[in-house]
Write a protein that binds this ligand. Structure first.
Ligand SMILES: *Cc1c(COP(=O)(O)O)cnc(C)c1O
Length: 374
């Protein structure tokens, strides 16, 4: 069997008819940027999440960037976040001219450890960007409590957590703003780049609406300096066609995750932990194994694609080397990157494929414990 790490063709094959209909509508409308499809998707997505406003933007990176600006983050401000994330979280903070301050992660959920936030707060701290990594929300209540006490803004990075919940609340609705990505491989993916800022605050929504469109207030009247960062009509139409399926896709992800959890429970594998009050949507199924390189090679030989998310935390990237010394605060981040590995997990995997992945992981682990026992 050959099982790629991801396969976006499968979803299109299932939804060819509604997606083709939606895109045809855009072609024949003759209107391609900021029209009725974007408006409709913004409303649908905000309703799905139970928030007041959704503002479509060009990408998830831009969603974080514009949300930070709209929340008043200025050059030189410090923004607290994690190093164990996809680099775009940091691209957005850098775009805003802000200085990232890294906090270590919780060892079981891989999300920001709220107990380590306060020691990193200074007079320059303006915002916290918790990342709902791999599909699970960060522990938001203590984060919000600290933010409230210090007067900080909270922008949730929800790029990997569309549809995830924390104590019954949807990802993206707990902070001042939530930033979503519709990059094709995300749980709700477009056919190109796309993103959205979710907020219950009308002023923030209004600022993002201007910022994404050259700072324009009404046509050719520019209230503030802005950018070009818009969700386009085609992507919005595709996203509207897909949104009704998001919950069932996330359920299927959870079902596969639970099969993996059970099958690997007796192996020397650390499985993802879903915290009791959270609904994990398994954007990624990340395990920790000893001898990762051999494990990955074994699976590759058996036709199973795997990826490391992420091999190099941001503070150890060449592009962010000025923050390397913050590593002293990040022992867990630096440790876990050595043995994490992501298995294929997407709604379109067949039961046979899931069986094959399980069988192969069991085989790999039994082989490796035989090596370790010698
Ligand atoms: C994908 C991702 C982003 C960026 O989204 P884009 O749409 O690719 O710009 C930001 N943060 C995290 C955690 C992501 O996974």
């Amino acid at each position: 069997m050959k099982i790629p790490f991801g396969d976006l063709k499968r979803q299109y094959d299932q939804l060819r008819e509604p997606i083709d209909r939606a895109t045809q509508e855009v072609y024949s409308s003759g209107w391609f940027v900021l029209g009725q499809h974007v408006q409709r998707f913004e409303a649908e997505f905000a309703t799905y999440c139970g928030a007041m406003h959704g503002v479509g933007v060009g990408s998830g990176t831009e969603a974080i960037h514009l949300a930070l600006l709209a929340c008043g983050v200025e050059p030189g401000d410090e923004v607290i976040t994690v190093s164990n994330t996809c680099v775009p979280t940091l691209s957005a903070i850098s775009f805003a001219g802000a200085v990232p301050v890294f906090v270590d992660i919780d060892e079981t959920t891989y999300t920001i450890d709220p107990a380590r936030i306060e020691e990193r707060i200074t007079s320059k701290t303006k915002a916290i960007v918790p990342v709902h990594l791999y599909g699970q929300c960060a522990d938001m209540d203590p984060i919000l409590e600290i933010a409230n006490r210090y007067g900080l803004v909270v922008v949730e990075d929800c790029a990997q957590a569309t549809g995830a919940k924390y104590k019954g609340r949807m990802a993206g609705t707990m902070g001042h703003a939530g930033a979503f990505s519709f990059y094709p491989s995300k749980n709700l993916g477009a056919f190109g780049d796309g993103g959205l800022v979710l907020t219950n605050n009308a002023t923030i929504a209004d600022r993002v609406t201007k910022l994404r469109n050259y700072g324009q207030e009404k046509r050719y009247y520019h209230a503030i300096k802005g950018f070009n960062s818009r969700l386009d009509e085609l992507q919005a139409a595709i996203l509207s066609a897909k949104l009704p399926y998001l919950d069932q896709w996330n359920d299927r992800r959870r079902q596969i995750a639970s099969r993996y959890d059970q099958a690997f429970s007796s192996l020397n594998v650390v499985c993802p932990v879903e915290a009791p009050d959270r609904v994990h949507v398994y954007h990624l199924y990340v395990i920790r194994v000893p001898q990762r390189e051999q494990f990955q090679a074994f699976l590759a030989e058996k036709g199973i694609g795997t990826i490391i998310h992420y091999p190099v935390p941001v503070h150890l990237q060449a592009s962010y080397s000025e923050y390397r010394d913050q590593g002293t605060y990040l022992p867990i981040t630096e440790q876990q990157r050595r043995d994490i590995i992501s298995l294929p997990l997407y709604p379109e995997l067949t039961d046979d494929e899931v069986d094959y992945i399980i069988h192969t992981v069991v085989q790999a682990m039994t082989a490796s414990s035989a090596i370790a026992d010698c």
